[in-house]
Design a protein around this ligand. Structure first.
Ligand SMILES: NC(=O)c1ccc[n+]([C@@H]2O[C@H](COP(=O)([O-])OP(=O)(O)OC[C@H]3O[C@@H](n4cnc5c(N)ncnc54)[C@H](O)[C@@H]3O)[C@@H](O)[C@H]2O)c1
Length: 321
């Protein structure tokens, strides 16, 4: 096959937020699977470092663009990941966070409508808020404070889901929604205030490890490679599967347990210190992944020990420790 035919036959895939943590891993996967990938990013939390190894690849293209403005490109698939994901970042400019989720969704759905592309939304377990149901199933409507400091993110993502379903019902768009639970791995930002990055940075610097509350609140942690497997399967599965589908690792750890594992894996001498819980911090969060198992034949494979080892190795390199 000649080069041009090969190129024309390739799927053209847009990844918004592709310079971020998850978007850069997704771009790696899509390029490895011989697709033509366009990343758009405004570099609010993303970094060129995350994708610099792709810059000279002929099937990779990078565009600085803010998704709150319309975008005119020709694509077959859209993965809509643009949105800061960590509380410190999304609370920095909460109005822009809501705009990114809501205007960003409208603009990307408009693009999907014009091009006929299938569009996948990176939604979040935060749509469940502080849940009364444990573990959370997709049919649970959530308990979200509409006026709290986290609402710009939670309600923005909820509204984006609404827009996806309305475009699906009203304009027959092919949509996909995944609700992502805490994911970690290499290329997480060091300063993003998320628990895994906080604990690792503090442990590697032999600084005190900050536990909010008494440390009994639990989270489930999914390794990035598992998450990307699920996202790509979701896009490629039958158009009838629109979701929302929970993607996460149901293995549950308290903050104290997580801190202890990280102390062990880093060999750190850090001490634990306890601080008050931030407002609206959910006490428990754990996905029910029955639907992902049934529809995508997916379950996470990477243990928290193996995933944390990879993540710690990355942080050591970046921190030069
Ligand atoms: N990482 C997780 O644990 C997690 C959990 C649930 C949902 N998600 C969702 O997955 C997506 C990716 O998360 P992440 O962890 O990679 O976060 P991230 O902050 O590393 O990546 C987000 C990317 O979006 C870009 N961006 C932000 N606003 C933009 C805008 N207006 N226009 C263009 N680009 C913009 C950022 O610069 C960054 O590159 C987000 O939508 C997030 O809500 C992530």
């Amino acid at each position: 096959m000649c080069y041009t035919t090969y190129f024309i036959d390739m799927k053209k895939i847009l990844v918004t937020g592709g310079a971020g943590f998850l978007g850069s891993h997704l771009s790696d996967r899509l390029i490895a699977e011989k697709n033509d990938v366009l990343v758009v990013d405004n570099f609010f939390t993303g970094s060129k470092k995350n994708i610099e190894h792709l810059i000279n690849n002929p099937y990779f293209e990078l565009m600085r663009h803010d998704v709150t403005f319309p975008l005119y490109v020709e694509v077959n698939e859209i993965y809509n990941l643009a949105c800061p994901a960590s509380p410190v970042h999304y609370q920095h400019d909460p109005v822009q966070t809501t705009k990114t989720s809501v205007h960003g969704a409208i603009n990307m759905l408009g693009l999907a409508k014009r091009t006929g592309a299938t569009i996948l939304q990176a939604s979040t377990s935060e749509v469940y808020g502080d849940p009364e149901v444990h573990p959370q199933t997709e049919d649970y409507w959530g308990r979200v404070n509409p006026i709290g400091v986290r609402s710009c993110y939670d309600e923005g993502k909820r509204c984006a889901e609404t827009l996806f379903f309305d475009y699906h019902r009203q304009h027959q768009l092919q949509i996909k929604i995944v609700r992502i639970f805490n994911t970690y791995g290499p290329r997480m930002a060091l300063n993003d205030g998320r628990v895994v990055s906080n604990f690792i940075v503090q442990a590697l610097s032999n600084e005190e490890i900050t536990i909010y509350g008494d440390g009994s609140q639990t989270r489930s942690f999914c390794y990035v490679d598992d998450l990307i497997d699920a996202m790509v399967s979701m896009m490629n599965i039958s158009t009838e599967v629109v979701g929302p589908i929970n993607i996460g690792n149901p293995a549950e750890y308290s903050m104290l347990e997580l801190a202890e594992i990280i102390l062990k894996l880093t060999g750190s001498k850090s001490k634990l210190v306890f601080k008050p819980l931030p407002s609206d911090d959910p006490k428990q969060r754990k996905p029910d992944i029955t639907l992902a198992k049934d529809k995508l034949n997916w379950a996470p494979k990477v243990s928290v020990y193996d995933g944390l080892k990879e993540t710690i190795a990355y942080f050591k390199k970046v921190m030069g420790t």
